[in-house]
Write a protein of this length. Sequence first.
Length: 362
Amino acid sequence: MEYADQFRNKELIRKTVERIHALSTRPVTFMEVCGGHTMAIHKSGISSLLPKHIQLISGPGCPVCVTDRTFIDTAVSIACMPDIILTSFGDLMRVPGSNSTLNEEKAKGADIRVVYSPLDALRLALENPLKNIVFLAIGFETTAPGTAISIIEAQQMNRCNFMVLSAHKIMPPAMTAIIQTGLPINGYLAPGHVCTITGADIFRFIPDQYQIPVVVAGFEPLDILQSILLLVRQVEHKEANLEIQYQRVVNYTGNSIAKKVLKKVFNLTESWWRGLGELPQSGLGIKQEYKVHDAKERLPIVVPQATEPKGCICGDILRGLKKSTDCPLFRMVCTPDNPVGACMVSNEGACQASFRYNGLVS
């Protein structure tokens, strides 16, 4: 039997679902704050297996979705500059900016290339010494160490033509902001991939300060159901603790090497989140000693603050206030082939998950 099959075993899933039904007696709302969890929940039809009084809502856990529209406008502006090779992960290519997308600019002739890691972008800098290579860095603590390593290596190789436009963010401030909006959350499914880097302890303040249970969850159906069971148990016992369901990958302290490179390259700074606005100490800015690789410092970029497209409720979805099906554009105008908002673009976006697997969820 394949290793992953153990976490999709029908009998184990059935027993876990039965335990949830037997234990859960009160209406609760649990929020997952990882786009990978959102997609897995929709794909597996998790909601349809739960008691009707357990509600699962999506939060600000998709990095493409929460990235400010102004970031796309800035990227488009950079792509139009002379002697620039703009590099990006594939998800960003179709995210709408105010007037264009990276795909549209590429079609017009801009040199924009999809890469699989920032080290691919650094390789382009080595191969094209007369060009400035700009890497669009998005994502949470999971992907930020790779960006940090590429900056360190570029500095060591004196590759001044390698630059990063950083939109890296960290999760705890967003989760705090959601709580402080007053949204009634009875438990968090914490992001397993983030915790492989940071360790689970980064979320301990949530049960300690806000008395809200937190369970670090894996991504297979049984992982998610077991995590929900742990949250239900805490709620029923009137407890608020930090627990790790994803123990095969996550511990409490995290990856010391990855955390070291993050601290070496990045400072905490304010960052704009779609739906939440500007949150202090929620972004990763490049430190002064590495400013030669900071596109914000090196390139003359002046882009006004963008507004969201008319009718799009992506921000409300990311705050857990609404579901994709509440959006008047959903399916009728906004589709994966013609995305109006970022939540429909990303493979981890709540709107795309709902669009793809709507028949499996309520």
